[in-house]
Design a protein around this ligand. Structure first.
Ligand code: DQA
Length: 139
C-alpha cells in the first residue's frame, strides 16, 4: 500500500509555528516515527506553500497511489482549485487537520476539501496523520 502525505502552506514551520496550537514537534521527526510504525506501508511526503504545486502533486499521485492524506492548511478554507483536484482524481483523500478547526475562528469552519474527501480527521495533533493511515489500512 502506498500512502502519500501532502501538506500545505506554513506546515514546513511545524515545531516553531504557534506551538500552543500545533505543538513542538517538527514534521520531519514525526514523519520518521510514522514510517517506522507502519513498515509495510510505502510513504511519500510533499509540502508546498504554493497552491498550484499542491494541485500538481495531487494530480501526479492521484491515479496511482492507494490513499492521500491531505492537510491543505489555510488553502482548506479558500481553494476551489484544490477542492476540484481531489474530485478529479481516482485515489481517495482523507482530509487532515492538526488543530480542531471547528473550535477556532469561523473562517476555519468552511472547507473546500471536505465535499471531495473520503473522510476528515480533525484535532488530534500530529496523531491525526497516524489515524489517517489507520483509516486506509482498515478500509
Ligand atoms: C490546519 C488548520 C488551518 O486552519 C490552518 O490554516 C493551518 C493548519 C491544521 O492542521 O490544524 O495552517 O490545517
Amino acid at each position: 500500500m502506498k500512502i502519500v502525505i501532502i501538506n500545505g502552506p506554513n506546515l514546513n514551520l511545524l515545531g516553531s509555528r504557534e506551538p500552543s496550537v500545533y505543538g513542538n514537534q517538527t514534521f520531519d521527526i514525526y514523519y520518521e516515527a510514522l514510517k517506522s510504525e507502519f513498515p509495510s506501508v510505502e510513504f511519500d511526503y510533499f509540502q508546498s506553500n504554493i497552491e498550484g504545486e499542491l494541485i500538481d502533486h495531487i494530480q501526479k499521485e492521484g491515479f496511482s497511489c492507494d490513499g492521500i492524506l491531505l492537510n491543505a492548511a489555510a488553502y482548506t478554507h479558500t481553494s476551489v482549485g484544490i477542492g476540484d483536484a481531489i474530485k478529479a482524481i481516482d485515489t481517495p483523500v482523507v482530509e487532515i487537520h492538526i488543530s480542531n478547526t471547528f473550535s477556532r475562528e469561523d473562517f476555519r469552519h468552511k472547507s473546500y476539501i471536505t465535499p471531495g474527501a473520503k473522510g476528515i480527521i480533525v484535532g488530534f495533533g500530529l496523531d491525526s496523520y497516524r489515524l489517517g493511515v489507520e483509516s486506509f489500512l482498515k478500509s
